[in-house]
Ligand binder design. Structure first.
Ligand code: TXA
Ligand code: MG
Length: 340
């Protein structure tokens, strides 16, 4: 199959493919998604196939109008309206109990709940509207690889396997949406996956305490967001997290042990240590926002060079957006920090 790159004036053509049951990747403000008609079980099955994704890991249903929600959900959490008003379209996914049989079983992995999101990307909202159906969209990477933040990343993983990619340049945020569990109207919302809509912002807007349940679950535990149990976002090269005080020791250790080192960090770290290693990828500035934007792109770039044996990555404090950055980085690094 030839994988076509669709430009802005070809959105209608891309939606036609979705209606016909084909797969088309689409841009969002977070990462690129792998789109299929959520109402066609066979198309959704193809999504699992081309990603190599375990079938018990349910998908997010992307919609363009709030009214689409009512077809699938009737028992709404009391905070739903307020959340929609403040955060949709945007990087926030909501989990609700769904009306029995309203979505194919393959979408929900057999759960009685489903995830919904309205992405903040004009082309994709048009694409969903023109398709006339809700569109499932897991991140458009091969399962286990870093999520794609450019159409080129998607092409790298999906070339020949899907009908096309709707191109809109690099995504703004760089990590996937916050997943918020609202499935029990009597319980406060709970964050199942941290993202750009942070705990702090949610608490301020909703005037309630919000727990994060994104602990890295072990194989035999039943995680609330099924996706959290799989090893995620990891490049083939070993990744190691470096605390600010450990750069010198880490580079010393690498040299002594014949490691070919790459560094992924902000300009400050790169300026100080970049000359000592084989390759670097610099975030555009030293902020957590730039780091989050560049994390997956940097991991992919350094991994693709195939010259390295280890990638050292800068850590940030786990508050605000740092919660999402560190959540993804820890998975890529398999929890490994450099220890002196
Ligand atoms: O930013 C994003 O959310 C991107 C873009 C493309 O929209 N999509 C994305 O999808 O990250 P995916 O499939 O890679 O991640 C969906 C996450 C998984 O961790 C999955 O387990 C969880 O949401 N999830 C989906 N349905 C769920 C449900 N009913 N209950 C709990 N967790 C659910
Ligand atoms: Mg994913």
């Amino acid at each position: 199959m030839d994988t076509k790159i669709y430009q802005e004036d070809q959105i209608a053509e891309a939606s036609k493919q979705i209606v016909n049951g084909e797969l088309v990747a689409f841009p969002t403000e977070t990462v690129y998604g792998l789109g299929a008609n959520a109402l066609l079980a066979d198309s959704v099955r193809k999504v699992f196939e081309v990603k190599g994704r375990p079938s018990d890991n349910p998908l997010i249903v992307h919609i363009a109008e709030v009214s689409q929600l009512e077809e699938y959900v009737d028992n709404f959490h009391p905070l739903t309206e307020k959340i929609i008003k403040n955060f949709w379209p945007g990087p926030l996914t909501m989990i609700f109990c769904i009306k029995k049989g309203s979505l194919p079983r393959v979408v929900t992995g057999g759960l009685s709940t489903a995830a919904f999101r309205m992405p903040d990307n004009k082309k994709t909202l048009d694409f969903i509207r023109l398709s006339g159906v809700p569109i499932v969209g897991p991140s458009a990477n091969t399962s286990g690889k870093p999520s794609p933040t450019t159409a080129a990343h998607v092409y790298h993983d999906m070339k020949g396997k899907i009908a096309g990619i709707l191109d809109d340049g690099p995504t703004q945020i760089g990590v996937e949406s916050t997943v918020l569990d609202l499935s029990d109207p009597k319980k406060p919302p709970m964050i199942l996956r941290p993202g750009a809509v942070t705990k702090e912002v949610l608490e301020k807007v909703l005037q309630t305490t919000i727990e994060i349940d994104s602990h890295l679950v072990k194989e035999n535990e039943a995680p609330k967001a099924p996706g959290m149990k799989y090893k995620h976002y990891s490049p083939d090269t070993q990744v190691m997290m470096i605390r600010p005080e450990d750069w010198e020791a880490a580079i010393q250790w690498g040299k002594e042990n014949h490691q070919v080192i790459g560094i992924l960090a902000g300009p400050k770290v790169i300026e100080r240590w970049g000359k000592e290693v084989r390759e670097t990828f610099s975030y555009t500035d030293n902020s957590i926002k730039a780091a989050t934007h560049g994390l997956f792109a940097g991991l992919r770039a350094l991994d693709d060079s195939q010259k390295l044996s280890i990638i050292y990555v800068e850590i940030f404090s786990e508050e605000g957006l740092g919660e999402a950055y560190m959540n993804r980085l820890k998975k890529a690094a398999g929890q490994k920090y450099f220890e002196k």
